[in-house]
Write a protein that binds this ligand. Structure first.
Ligand code: GN1
Ligand code: MG
Length: 346
């Protein structure tokens, strides 16, 4: 901590450091005293193999926004005294971001207004960057939302994964294979000129939005996975994480529900900013976005279970199997609601 804070010309002895948040990949702390308040994050270097790409992306976006949309709130990291966007010490890569005054995050969406606000903020992020040359962004996680590759990795795990786990997971394996048409549709999208590659956040869970004390959205945070992508990643991950009152961690699947008013809130919030940017074809795939992301997450958790939890880790033996089953249940429930959702897309 000493070395890290010194790189920012901060005196370590003068700060209180507490762990913060609950992401699966990066570790986060709040670093504060009576004057200053920061969020410190350790970038998971085994997953983000080129952390300098993250720093590069955030820097060029911050520069663009300060010229083109100076009023837009963007959570840019503090530069070190050597004018770098992150510090490297023996323990890894760290970056410091100012804590946005008066902001708070939430872990569970329990009011449709929160879903609306979040969807609006993620959409605004993509919209204000619609003039930004997206190919200038570096790839921080290759093939992150490449569903075809995820399907291949799943197939690979069926060959080389833990035999006993494969036997025990038959039902879920079959479910993934049965819904392979979601992958086929993704491949059509890749070929479709009506789908535009845009500045995409790729991790739109609710805890990545800062709210003010009146519950209005302030800005989006956690910019590691900002890369060129399709809007279905962002819209879909909101559906994955806001529609149900319980998260991917819930073991009692009877609690998994798909709440229509939250679907409406995501749709309206997203379209309030992106409605004029998206093609008719893109909008028409709004429900598909949800299926795309939920299916991908079910498959990623299942693949990890078959591979003995090497990616996500596990706090109990069947952890990733439970998460995969949870997401498969969520997908089923979303598919049951497709007709109703269509009618809500006005
Ligand atoms: C990971 O670290 P966190 O919780 O923001 C993962 C996401 C998954 C999510 C599932 C880089 O995100 O893709 O949707 O877990 N991020 C990475 O909880 O793999
Ligand atoms: Mg994240």
């Amino acid at each position: 901590m000493e070395k890290i804070l010194s790189a920012y010309n901060l005196l370590p002895g003068q700060f209180i450091v507490e762990t913060f948040g609950n992401g699966l990949i990066n570790q986060t702390w709040r670093v504060k005293n009576s004057q200053d308040d920061f969020i410190l994050q350790k970038i998971n270097h085994t997953i983000f193999k080129t952390p300098e790409n993250i720093a590069h992306n955030v820097r060029i976006l911050a520069d663009y926004l300060s010229l083109q949309h100076p009023g837009f709130l963007f959570a840019a990291p503090v530069q070190t005294s050597r004018n770098e966007g992150m510090v490297y010490v023996n323990e890894g890569y760290f970056r410091l971001t100012p804590y946005v005054k008066g902001s708070h995050t939430i872990d569970v969406v329990n009011k449709p207004e929160q879903a609306y606000e979040a969807a609006k903020k993620f959409a605004a992020f993509t919209r204000v960057l619609s003039g930004f040359p997206v190919e200038q962004l570096k790839i921080t996680l290759p093939d992150f939302h490449n569903l075809s590759l995820r399907y291949e990795q799943f197939n690979q795990a069926l060959k080389t994964g833990d035999q006993q786990r494969i036997q025990q997971s038959k039902e879920l394996i079959d479910f993934i294979i049965l819904n392979k048409s979601i992958v086929d549709k993704y491949e059509e999208i890749l070929q479709d000129p009506a789908f535009k590659r845009r500045v995409t956040h790729h991790d739109t869970k609710i805890s990545n939005v800062l709210f003010d004390d009146t519950d209005k959205g302030l800005c989006v945070i956690d910019l590691d996975t900002v890369m060129p992508g399709y809007y279905i990643s962002d819209a879909g991950d909101m559906m994955r994480t806001y529609l149900s009152p319980v998260s991917e961690e819930e073991k009692d699947f009877s609690k998994i529900q798909v709440r229509e008013e939250y679907f409406t809130a995501i749709w309206k919030g997203y379209m309030s900013e992106m409605g004029t940017e998206l093609s008719a074809e893109e909008k028409d795939h709004f429900i598909y976005a949800g299926k795309f992301m939920i299916y991908m997450q079910a498959m990623r958790f299942l693949t990890d279970h078959l591979n003995n939890d090497i990616y996500y880790g596990a706090t109990y033996k069947e952890h990733n199997l439970v998460r995969a089953g949870n997401q498969a249940m969520l997908l089923k429930k979303v598919m049951e609601k497709e007709k109703i959702f269509r009618q809500l897309m006005v």
